[in-house]
Design a protein. Structure first.
Lengths: 334, 351
C-alpha cells in the first residue's frame, strides 16, 4: 500500500510509493559531457558578459579582465530588467505590471572542468559569501520584494551553460510558492507557538530515518513529504528566517554540508541533473518569526506529467527514508 | 519590456517575455525510445495483457475482454493508488498521512495503434470523453473520494512512458488536491466581490478583445490565457456556466470533441507534433453532508475547463522555487499562430 503524506507547512499531499520503492537504478540519468565552443564564463572571455557587479580578484587587476576567482555579472538574457518603473495596472479582469527586477549570474570558479561538488572549501565559502553579499546589496532597491537564489545543473534541470554557476533573481513581488510557505509556517506557529521547521528537524533527528548528514550548524534531510525522489533539504539548526543574516561560522558549516550533500547525490545517482533553491523570507516585510530559511535540492529524475500539473500533488516513487539511507551510505571519495 | 501578469484565478504571477519572444521553430520536440507496436498491450486483440475492462464501448455485440471495442476503460497497469481498503488517516509526530487509497483508470481511446489523439476521428474523441463522464459519475458514488482528475499525457517528455497507444487517465483521490483548492478559493473570492463568475467575465472580455481566441464553436471556446505559464498553453472552456464537467449536455459534448480535434490538429501542425498534457479542471465531489462553508457558492462561482500544455520548455530552479513561470511566447502570439493554422486543420477535419 502506498502512502499519502501531507506537507505540514503548505498542506500539499503527496503519494509516496512504499510498495515498490524505486532505487537509484530505476531512473535514467542524463550524461553531462563537456561540449566545445567559446564559454563566456572562462578566463579571457570577460567581454562576452555584461560588466561584473561583484568580484574576487587580486588587488590591482583591472575589472573585467582575467585573474578573478569568483565573478557576479548580470544575466545576458535577463528574465527581468533593472531599469524602469513597476507601473502596476489593470486590464479588465486582469492585472499586470512591468517586468522590473534583477537577474544575476554567480560564476563560481574560472575552472570550466569542475562541477560545484568539486569546488574546494574556500571556493564554496566564497560562493556563499557572494549569495549573501548580493542579497544584502539588492535590499537597497525599494522596488524589490524578494531575492531568489538557485542553481540549475544539467540540461534537463534547465541549465543552458555548462560552466558551473548559480543565479539570483530579485522580484518586485513575493512569489506565490513563497507566500504559501510563509502562510503555512505562520498558521503552524500561531497554533503551537513553535516553528514548523524546528519541529521537523527535531523529529527527523530523533527518528534518525531521514537524516542524510549533519554538522555543527546544519542538518541535511530527505523530508517526510518529499515531492521528488532523493529530494534533500539543508536546514540550519539555529532558527532564523533570513538567509542573508548567516554568520561567518555558519557560512563555513554551510559550505561543508553543501559539498557533502552534492557529493552524496552525485555518487548515489550517477551525477544527476539537479536544481537547488534557497527558501528565505521576503525583503519586505522583514519580520517572519515563524519562518526558517533552508535550501531545497532536487535531482531531476522523474518527468512531471498531467497529474502533477493538474493537482500540484506529486507521485514520489522513492520513500524518503530509503533515499536518506542510500545517500547516507554512499561511499564518498576522500 | 517584459511583463508580469497575474493569474486572476489563483493569484500566480507569470513573466511574459514580450521582446525576445520564442517562435515555434525555437522548440525541438523530443520523443524517447518506445515499446514496439507489436508489443503494445492496449491494441485490439491483446485484451488479455491488461486487467479486465471496467467499461467498454462496443457496437458489434462482441463479448467483454474480446476484440470488437471502440473505447476501453481498464484499471491502470501501474496504479499509484489502490481501490481497496480504508483511508486510515493518522498522524506521525508533526506529520499527517493516510493510506494510498484511490482509483487509477486508463481510457484507451482507439483499438488501433495510434499515439497522438490528434489523429483520432472526432467520433473516437467523442466516445472517449463520454466514457470519462460515465466513469466520473460512477466514481462520485464512492464516498471515500473527494476529487477525480481526468488528464492525458502525450509523448515521453510529457510523462507518457514507453507505451505509445493513445489514452487518457482518471485518478480519483481521497483529498482535494492543493492546486484545485487554490483555484476554487480564487473563484469564490471573485464571486464574493462581484456575484459573477470569473470565467464567464473572462470569456466576455476575451471575445471582445479577440487577440487570444484560437477557435470558437457554438458551445466551446479555445483560447490562450492572458497569464499563461507556458508557450502555446491553451484553455478549452464551455460558454455555458457549469461547475461539473460530467453534467455537460449532449450537444456540448459533441461540440467539445469537435473543438478538441481542431485544437490537437493545430498544435500538431504548428509545433511539429509536440508532447503535451491535457488536464480537466472540474468541481470536487459534493457528498451529502459536506456541502457546508465555502462550498455554498461553488455551483455559481466555479466554471469547468480543460488546460492543454505543450511541453516545450524545461521547468528550472526558478520556477520550482517561486511557483512563478517565465513564458517566452506572449499568449497573443501563440493564439495567432494557432488561429492561422487553418489550412491543415481544415484538411484534417474533412477526413
Amino acid at each position: 500500500m502506498s502512502e499519502l503524506r501531507r506537507d505540514p507547512v503548505i498542506g500539499r499531499w503527496n503519494i509516496i510509493d512504499t510498495d515498490e520503492p524505486a532505487g537509484p537504478s530505476a531512473f535514467e540519468v542524463e550524461h553531462h559531457a563537456l561540449g566545445g565552443g567559446k564559454c563566456p564564463f572562462c578566463y579571457g572571455n570577460e567581454s562576452l558578459t555584461p560588466p561584473e557587479i561583484y568580484v574576487l580578484r587580486p588587488p590591482q587587476s583591472p575589472p573585467n579582465s582575467s585573474g578573478w576567482t569568483l565573478r557576479v555579472v548580470s544575466n545576458k538574457f535577463p528574465a527581468l530588467k533593472i531599469e524602469g518603473e513597476l507601473d502596476r495596472r489593470g486590464l479588465g479582469v486582469f492585472d499586470l505590471c512591468n517586468g522590473v527586477g534583477a537577474h544575476e549570474v554567480i560564476v563560481e570558479t574560472p575552472d570550466h572542468q569542475r562541477q560545484m561538488a568539486d569546488l574546494t572549501h574556500e571556493e564554496l565559502v566564497n560562493v556563499i559569501r557572494a549569495f549573501k553579499g548580493r542579497s544584502l546589496d539588492l535590499r537597497g532597491d525599494k522596488r524589490l520584494k524578494y531575492s531568489l537564489i538557485f542553481k540549475n545543473f544539467g540540461l534537463s534541470a534547465g541549465a543552458s551553460l555548462e560552466h558551473t554557476h548559480s543565479q539570483l533573481i530579485a522580484l518586485p513581488i513575493v512569489p506565490k510558492r513563497v507566500q504559501e510557505e510563509l502562510k503555512g509556517a505562520q498558521r503552524y506557529f500561531e497554533f503551537r507557538e513553535r516553528c514548523a521547521y524546528c519541529d521537523m528537524l527535531s523529529q527527523d533527528v530523533q527518528e534518525d530515518e531521514r537524516v542524510v548528514c549533519e554538522n555543527r550548524s546544519f542538518v541535511a534531510i530527505c523530508p517526510f513529504m518529499s515531492n521528488f525522489p532523493f529530494e534533500t533539504w539543508i536546514l540550519p539548526k539555529e532558527h532564523g528566517a533570513d538567509f542573508a543574516q548567516i554568520g561567518p561560522e555558519a557560512i563555513t558549516d554551510f559550505a561543508r554540508i553543501l559539498k557533502e550533500t552534492l557529493l552524496r547525490l552525485r555518487v548515489t545517482l550517477s551525477n544527476p541533473a539537479y536544481n537547488f533553491i534557497i527558501h528565505t523570507a521576503p525583503i519586505e516585510p522583514r519580520v517572519w518569526e515563524a519562518y526558517h530559511w533552508h535550501m531545497e535540492l532536487m535531482p531531476k529524475l522523474t518527468k512531471i506529467a498531467g497529474f502533477e500539473w493538474g493537482t500540484g500533488f506529486y507521485i514520489n516513487p522513492t520513500p524518503p527514508e530509503l533515499a536518506a539511507k542510500l545517500l547516507r551510505e554512499a561511499r564518498l571519495p576522500l | 519590456m517584459p511583463e508580469l501578469r497575474k493569474d486572476p484565478l489563483i493569484g500566480r504571477w507569470v513573466i511574459i517575455a514580450t521582446e525576445r519572444a520564442k517562435r515555434p521553430v525555437d522548440f525541438v520536440a523530443s520523443h524517447d525510445e518506445s515499446l514496439p507496436a507489436d508489443e503494445c498491450p492496449f491494441c485490439e486483440g491483446r485484451e488479455a495483457h491488461t486487467q479486465k475492462e471496467i467499461l467498454t464501448v462496443r457496437s458489434d455485440g462482441s463479448g467483454p475482454n474480446q476484440p470488437g471495442w471502440k473505447v476501453r476503460v481498464i484499471p491502470s497497469i501501474k496504479p499509484v493508488l489502490r481501490i481497496e481498503g480504508q483511508l486510515n488517516r493518522r498522524g506521525k509526530g508533526m506529520f499527517d498521512l493516510m493510506d494510498g487509497v484511490g482509483a487509477h483508470e486508463l481510457i484507451i481511446e482507439s483499438p488501433h495503434h495510434i499515439s497522438n489523439a490528434a489523429d483520432l476521428p472526432q467520433e473516437q474523441l467523442h466516445a472517449s470523453l463520454h466514457a470519462a463522464i460515465q466513469r466520473m459519475t460512477d466514481l462520485e458514488r464512492d464516498l471515500r473520494f473527494r476529487y477525480v482528475l481526468w488528464f492525458k499525457n502525450y509523448g515521453s517528455t510529457a510523462g507518457a512512458g514507453r507505451v505509445q497507444h493513445t489514452r487518457s487517465q482518471l485518478i480519483a483521490t481521497p483529498v482535494i488536491p492543493l492546486r484545485v483548492k487554490e483555484e476554487l478559493a480564487g473563484a469564490r473570492h471573485y464571486f464574493e466581490d462581484k456575484e459573477r463568475c470569473l470565467v464567464c467575465d473572462l470569456l466576455i472580455q476575451e471575445r471582445e478583445a479577440k487577440t487570444r481566441i484560437v477557435f470558437e464553436s457554438t458551445h466551446i471556446i479555445a483560447l490562450c490565457p492572458f497569464a499563461g505559464r507556458f508557450p502555446f498553453e491553451l484553455w478549452i472552456v464551455p460558454k455555458r456556466h457549469r461547475c461539473d464537467f460530467n453534467k455537460m449536455q449532449p450537444e456540448e459534448l459533441t461540440d467539445l470533441s469537435y473543438v478538441m480535434k481542431q485544437i490537437l490538429v493545430r498544435l500538431k501542425a504548428v509545433l511539429n507534433d509536440p508532447p503535451y498534457n491535457a488536464i480537466l479542471h472540474t468541481a470536487p465531489f459534493r457528498h451529502p453532508g459536506t456541502r457546508v462553508g465555502h462550498w455554498r457558492t461553488l455551483e455559481d462561482d466555479y466554471h469547468w475547463h480543460i488546460e492543454l500544455i505543450p511541453r516545450l520548455t524545461r521547468v528550472a530552479g526558478f520556477e520550482w522555487g517561486s511557483g512563478f513561470y517565465i513564458n517566452p511566447t506572449p499568449p497573443e502570439e501563440s493564439a495567432k499562430y494557432l488561429r492561422e493554422a487553418v489550412v491543415e486543420a481544415e484538411v484534417a477535419a474533412a477526413h
